[in-house]
Design a binder for this molecule. Structure first.
Ligand code: 13P
Length: 278
């Protein structure tokens, strides 16, 4: 069966050619982080409907990525490949060891085998609920890169840190730690997501000016590590992004995309959000 908005999935080389679409030189990327929602049946229906709702031009304007739970990955890989969909596939986490006695964990090579393109690393929920540290985030970033995928590295401050004026230091130190020992050529392929913890799932969005300023701070920290390469690294904003505020966020010079939780769970709402420029 064929759906609207379909065309042959481009080769990595063709994707590379069309990477640069913005005056910043950075290709926008909007990613759905479903968190622990949607089993593989729902996931298939969602992607079928989404691909029907999205015209091919949407993919000219940027990357669209779905990050479902692990149990959905194989089903979505099969659907994306069978129907030549332009959607990217992402995982929400991985373990940094390749294999071994690590009950319940999933490794980077296992995800690479499913043709996963992106892996979210260091989401604040993983840091706060599951005890991820800057050190484990760094190991995961390296594991993801080693297996040819792109990490989406999450950083962000708590409300207390923001109120104490510690936002810049927090996000800079998280970024420095995540990329410790990562070479420039690899860092260039990485995505960073600035997600202020107080804005996640709360309906409170950072103002576009605040988000832009903090993303500028993150890019500054990356520039200290990588020089001009930092200007090629894509940095998303995440935290209560909705169809109603995406255009304003995307208009900011430092914001290269969005990592979307709640508003990514419904295909109609997510399609509206992805079509922010039309
Ligand atoms: P919400 O969009 O639900 O605020 O979640 C943001 C997020 O955590 C995406 O990773």
């Amino acid at each position: 069966m064929r759906f609207g908005g379909l065309r042959p999935r481009r080769t990595p080389a063709q994707r590379e050619e069309s990477r640069v679409t913005e005056s910043s030189g950075r290709r926008p990327i909007i990613a759905a982080n479903w968190k622990m929602h949607h089993d593989h049946h729902v996931a298939i229906q969602f992607v079928q409907k989404l691909s029907y709702l999205l015209e091919a031009e949407v993919f000219e304007n940027g990357d669209v990525v779905i990050c479902p739970p692990f149990t959905d990955l194989r089903s979505l890989q099969t659907l994306i490949e069978a129907d030549n969909l332009e959607l990217g596939l992402g995982a929400q986490n991985c373990y940094f060891e390749e294999q071994g006695a690590f009950t319940g964990e999933v490794s980077a090579p296992m995800l690479a085998k499913l043709n996963v393109d992106y892996v979210i690393v260091g989401h604040s929920e993983r840091r706060q609920i599951f005890g991820e540290t800057d050190e484990t985030v760094n190991k995961k970033v390296k594991a993801v890169l080693q297996h040819g995928m792109k990490p989406i590295v999450c950083v962000g401050e708590t409300l207390e840190e923001r109120e104490a004026g510690a936002t810049a230091e927090k996000v800079s130190s998280q970024a420095r730690a995540a990329f410790d020992g990562v070479k420039s050529a690899q860092a260039e392929t990485c995505v960073v997501a600035y997600e202020p913890i107080w804005a996640i799932g709360t309906g409170k969005t950072a103002t576009s000016a605040d988000a832009d300023e903090t993303i500028g701070v993150i890019r500054g920290a990356l520039r200290d590590l990588y020089g001009v390469t930092a200007d090629a690294m894509r940095i998303q904003y995440g935290g209560s992004v909705k169809p109603g505020n995406i255009a304003e966020l995307m208009a900011m010079p430092e914001i290269d995309g969005a990592l979307v939780g709640g508003a990514s769970l419904d295909p109609d709402e997510f399609a509206k959000l992805v079509k922010w420029s039309s």
